[in-house]
Design a protein around this ligand. Sequence first.
Ligand SMILES: Cc1cc2nc3c(=O)[nH]c(=O)nc-3n(C[C@H](O)[C@H](O)[C@H](O)COP(=O)(O)OP(=O)(O)OC[C@H]3O[C@@H](n4cnc5c(N)ncnc54)[C@H](O)[C@@H]3O)c2cc1C
Length: 423
Amino acid sequence: MTDEMKRVVIVGSGDGGTFTANLLASKLRKEIKGGLVSVQLVGEHLLHPFQPGNLDIAFKGAVPDKYVRAETDLIRKGVEFIKDPAVKIDFSARSVATKSGRTLPYDYLVIATGAVADPSKIQGLAEGALNFHTGGADSRRVWEALQSFEGGTIVVAIAGTPHKCPPSPNEAAFMLDEFFQKRGTRGKVKIRFLTPYPRPYPAEKVSHVVEPMFQKKGIDVVTFFNVDSVDPAKHKIYSLEGEAFDYDLLIAVPPHHGADVIVNSGIGDQDGYVPTDKGTMRVVGQEGAYCIGDATTIPVSKSGVVAHLQSVVVAHNIIAEMNRAKGLLEYNGRINCPMEVGNHKGIFVSATYTSPPVDQSPSTVKYYMKRSFAMIYWRALGGGLERVFDVFFGQTRFPATEKEEPEKTAVAPVASQGGKREA
Ligand SMILES: Cc1cc2nc3c(=O)[nH]c(=O)nc-3n(C[C@H](O)[C@H](O)[C@H](O)COP(=O)(O)OP(=O)(O)OC[C@H]3O[C@@H](n4cnc5c(N)ncnc54)[C@H](O)[C@@H]3O)c2cc1C
């Protein structure tokens, strides 16, 4: 590494952004202390939510505060947290402009601005439907609506893809079934699941588990239903295919898009996601710029686990670049999305770029593993659980094929954590 200060700017202080900042602060502790490296984390909010908690808030009555922590309590020493939303990312000037008028020049940029669930994209959806993708407060509204729901039809609809956490709409249906079972009113409630996919879960092997369970629990599935509009006055939901269903309560996964700053900077695709190399996580065609998590165009699940695994690759590659080393790592497409299927059972939707999900059975162990994520999330953000992650996820990153071994480096590379491609 040269004596010149290297500036890393990370935009977005959610799951991936916070974790990347902490990894860099941990691995570059001496360089940061010595003034050779700076790590700036640009965020919109002082509070950091654990988004999977929305399901518990909506369907189990957890209070939203349970799943929120102060961002300043989550970042390591050496990270400068700037609560000032980015308004423009300029690749050619290598800088980020913030709302208050600051310009943050960077040598290395990490875009971690996530995805935005936006009910306004579908006519009538914001007025006619509740959802658990736009935060704790909206999730709480689902819980409140369930308290006074005496009977009738609840429609759970996927109103746009891709969306955060692919299993979450299925989980919602399972959790609704469980809620009314426990209450003793399941017989008075019809649950209908509307999906644009040809089966209850997009991946066939996972659908093999979900479909018979939906049938057994009396959850009615309508496939190829692409939501066109909602009429809140008539309590009706319409599809592009010309179908319509009545509802008494509508819970919908809103369409998602990339963050405004991506759209306004003109650096995203038509949905505001950033074109990103699926291996190195570099922004396509841009020097020194990386993107992770929900913000990318990479067609894997928009999930925290993915953001986490990609952060490790990006932190490594930035350090390799700082050292002018050639040993870049690539992300292998590993996903691992838990799905609660009711009655204290769960499954995991696991795959890589080269190995699709396999057949599995719901188990209590998987259910409790899922529930333990909420407890370990905050610690994992600090980077202290990487060994556990490595054991659990196996090798999720491997050396980029065309690259040679790293040259002599001033900073210990994380390459030792990399390895062979997962089978
Ligand atoms: C109901 C639900 C259940 C889920 N369950 C799971 C699960 O079981 N397992 C799992 O792995 N994942 C789950 N997820 C998904 C997971 O929460 C996300 O995929 C994960 O948070 C993505 O991380 P990220 O860093 O890409 O984006 P986020 O964590 O969303 O962070 C993006 C950050 O960027 C900030 N930002 C946006 N624009 C700007 C700007 N202009 N300037 C500065 N900052 C900006 C945002 O404020 C936010 O803090 C679930 C999500 C939901 C909604």
